[in-house]
Design a protein around this ligand. Sequence first.
Ligand code: CUA
Length: 129
Amino acid sequence: MRHALISLVMLATTASGPAKAGHYFSDVASGFSQTQETQVIEISAERFSFNPSEIRVKAGTKLEIRLTSEDTMHGFHIVGTDINLELPKRGRGVASATFQPTPGRYEFECSRLCGAGHSFMRGVIIATE
Ligand code: CUA
């Protein structure tokens, strides 16, 4: 048992040397992503706002964004990303997307014409270090 532990430590030391650092870390990253905690963010959409409309998270956190509508169909587009969902009408289900932000501000907007105030349906995700 003790030997196994020591060789594991040695392996880590060797592999994290400059030559193999990239490969080693990418293996570690994929290993962690399966067990990493996901933060669930629930947003409701209603003519003509998202609630909450400002979301603050720690950068690098894997987010599961769940969206429901309180009335008609809406959209949810995070500007600058390919995340663009259609939210079903009230009572017809949840739309969800995963998003793992690097530090920054991510504006989101309704992407489905939903009435006179459609263009006011906006919000922001702020990811800080
Ligand atoms: Cu809600 Cu457009």
